[in-house]
Design a protein around this ligand. Structure first.
Ligand code: 13P
Length: 251
């Protein structure tokens, strides 16, 4: 296949500092030989620097769950791209469904963040996905296309190798209702087609597309065997070292 395989854990707003340390230590001690698989954790921002230190010289990389696109300024409560980098983080989640639907982020905001991430040497994990209502009304493709076109607006083809796409259908996030491997694969293939149209076939073939939404140790293998699913963005199941490791080690 040749594409990067990435297993990412989004901790959301969970864990005390001690629990965060224990989780990272647990992941590192059980990781073993993962070959060329990549692992990225997204702890709460206040823990990121310390978690990045714990992970230094290991195969676990650290990212932050959100940032603002401006370089600096009077933006109380926000983090700049260079602050993310200064924490030892090379990855940034952008446009997660909770950012979009709880905090009102629009495709335009997402696009500014993608650009700012690239300008600052960060790898954006661009999250997209439709609501249940969209799926029930047969609008999944329309929404996914709009989010991709909006998020990638005026991003140069040469920068696409730093971007990772995460398809997270909102109806599958935190609900225990994982998308079937067939549904996920169909949408991943569609995402690849859109990227092929916006850029070219080579860019689209190389793009890692992760699935997210109720990924667990007992459903990852069905997703993992699908040709266009290149890994997972895990929420709840990444909060315990054992279950995250089982996902990372999927056969
Ligand atoms: P769950 O795995 O808890 O459904 O969360 C998915 C997610 O939002 C990861 O970013």
């Amino acid at each position: 296949m040749g594409r990067r395989e990435i297993f990412a854990g989004n901790w959301k707003m969970f864990k005390t500092y001690r629990e965060a340390e224990d989780l990272v230590k647990g992941i590192l001690s059980g990781l073993g030989d993962i070959g060329s698989r990549e692992v990225v954790i997204f702890p709460p921002a206040v823990y990121a620097r310390d978690m990045a230190k714990l992970c230094m010289n290991t195969q676990v990389k650290v990212g932050i769950q959100n940032m603002y696109h401006e370089k600096e300024g009077a933006f109380t409560g926000e983090l700049s791209p260079s602050m993310v980098r200064d924490c030892g983080c090379a990855y940034i989640l952008i446009g997660h469904s909770e950012r979009r639907h709880v905090f009102g982020e629009k495709d335009g905001d997402v696009n500014k963040k993608v650009k700012a991430a690239l300008e600052n040497g960060l790898s954006p994990v661009l999250c997209i996905g439709e609501l249940l209502d969209d799926r029930e009304k047969g609008r999944t493709r329309e929404i996914v296309k709009k989010q991709l076109e909006g998020g990638l607006d005026r991003i140069a083809a040469g920068d696409l190798d730093k971007i990772i796409i995460a398809y997270e259908p909102v109806w599958a996030i935190g609900t225990g209702k994982v998308a079937t491997p067939e549904i996920a694969e169909e949408t991943h293939l569609f995402i690849r087609e859109i990227i092929g149209t916006l850029y070219d076939g080579k860019v689209s073939q190389n793009m890692p597309i992760l699935y997210g939404g109720s990924v667990k140790p007992d459903n990852i293998s069905g997703l993992h065997v699908k040709e266009n699913i290149d890994g997972a963005l895990v929420g709840g199941a990444c909060l315990k070292a054992d279950s995250f490791l089982d996902i990372i080690h999927v056969k």
